[in-house]
Design a protein. Structure first.
Length: 105
């Protein structure tokens, strides 16, 4: 349930010129750093507070922050100011407003 929407979401987020790098960096940084340290942080919270449910606070906080960022900054896919700024940084403002051409076979 998580991986299919994530792939589609990240693909829409980056322009074709930097898509592979953008996907790789964002996915692996999020999965490796945020997800990789989750057991350690949850165990540390549980050990420091003595409450068995304290470890749930970190995953809930990460999910809440991710949801807010997704809803606020990325609500319209490619048609938003963050994605437009990436296109403009690449020197391709003409492609910022137009959809990608259909792939040729």
């Amino acid at each position: 349930m998580v991986y299919a929407p994530t792939a589609a979401y990240l693909t829409e987020l980056f322009p074709p010129r930097v898509r592979y790098t953008g996907l790789s960096v964002s996915y692996h940084r999020g999965t490796g750093v945020i997800g990789g340290f989750m057991p350690l942080i949850a165990l540390s919270l549980t050990a420091s507070t003595g409450n068995q449910l304290a470890g749930v606070a970190y995953p809930v906080a990460v999910a809440a922050v991710s949801t807010v960022v997704s809803l606020v900054l990325l609500r319209r896919g490619r048609d938003n100011r963050v994605v437009r700024a990436v296109w403009n940084q690449l020197g391709r403002p003409d492609r910022a407003d137009s959809p990608e051409p259909a792939p040729t076979r």
